[in-house]
Design a protein around this ligand. Structure first.
Ligand code: CAA
Length: 258
């Protein structure tokens, strides 16, 4: 029998679909999944033929958090010296855009993984939460920081201190998710958005997401200066010349990533 892959990677044109594949464990995120994601996607991230990642779980669970069974018996010294969870930042740092297609539970590290993506498209069945407090810990994959930046202190404190879940509608009102989509149309609509992004010039796309991300990390004046430098730099690309010429000539542009 074929060995079960913890992560399935499929290419569909310029889009790469990444499926977390531990359905029986509700896609609990263990070290094996983390390394597979970080290593496989690092190679694809540098591939000019890849224009967008879509990360999904199963119908029932995007991911139910870090693997509690893997962590339960660890000591402080082990957690600290392994710098447990640090490697997840390799996933966050990928430069190709990534969309999380969330169906079912996105809890703890699952919610944090979704927030490491550039956008979250949520099925109407999606449930988000940071329930770590119920386990005697706190979020450890960036949740206290990213959730607070994305939805503000009021909602972040509510979720992180009570451990409750919020549904897709509340997550959209809070600004956590980009779109709420009927569950049976989630992949269709997510893949359409990913395919659209993947048609654009990759340098412009990477610059756009890098500039938006910078808004979360810096003040307005520095952020605008950073954006302007990237904007100017894109005039060194053939895709800028092509995109603007196509507009003026009333035709569809063909981007080459150059
Ligand atoms: N780690 C390890 N195993 C998990 C898991 C997790 N996070 N979540 C679910 N599983 C396992 C269950 O132990 C169970 O295994 P067995 O069949 O061997 O008993 C299997 O997945 C199915 O789980 P349930 O029977 O509980 O499924 P359900 O559909 O009734 O409930 C759920 C789903 C609400 C997601 C529930 O499983 C749950 O609450 N999971 C834990 C959620 C959680 O606490 N997440 C935070 C983890 S800590 C963290 O993420 C730290 C961080 O900041 C990175």
């Amino acid at each position: 029998a074929a060995v079960e892959q913890p992560v399935i990677v499929e290419r569909q044109g310029r889009v790469v679909i990444v499926t977390l594949n531990r359905p029986a464990a509700r896609n609990a995120l263990n070290t094996e999944i983390m390394l597979a994601l970080a290593d496989d996607l690092a190679v694809l991230d540098r591939d000019p033929g890849v224009g967008c990642f879509v990360v999904r779980g199963s119908k029932k669970a995007f991911a139910a958090g870090a693997d509690i069974k893997e962590m339960a018996d660890k000591t402080f010294a082990e957690m600290y010296s392994e710098d447990f969870f640090a490697a997840w930042e390799r996933f966050a740092a990928l430069r190709t855009p990534k969309i999380a297609a969330v169906s079912g539970y996105a809890l703890g590290g699952g919610c944090e993984l979704a927030m490491m993506c550039d956008m979250i498209f949520a099925a109407d069945t999606a449930m988000f939460g940071q329930p770590e407090i119920k386990l005697g810990v706190i979020p450890g994959m960036g949740g206290t920081q990213r959730l607070t930046k994305l939805v503000g202190k009021a909602k972040a404190m509510d979720l992180i201190l009570t451990g409750r879940m919020m549904d897709a509608a509340e997550a959209e009102r809070a600004g956590l998710v980009s779109r709420v989509i009927a569950a049976d149309r989630l992949m269709e609509e997510t893949l359409a958005a990913a395919a659209t992004i993947a048609t654009y010039g990759k340098a412009a796309v990477m610059a756009a997401r890098e500039a938006v991300d910078r808004a979360l990390e810096t003040g307005l004046r520095d952020g605008i200066a950073f954006e302007r430098r990237l904007f100017h730099a894109l005039f060194a690309t053939a895709d800028q010349k092509e995109g603007m010429a196509a507009f003026i000539e009333k035709r569809t542009p063909t981007f080459t990533g150059k």
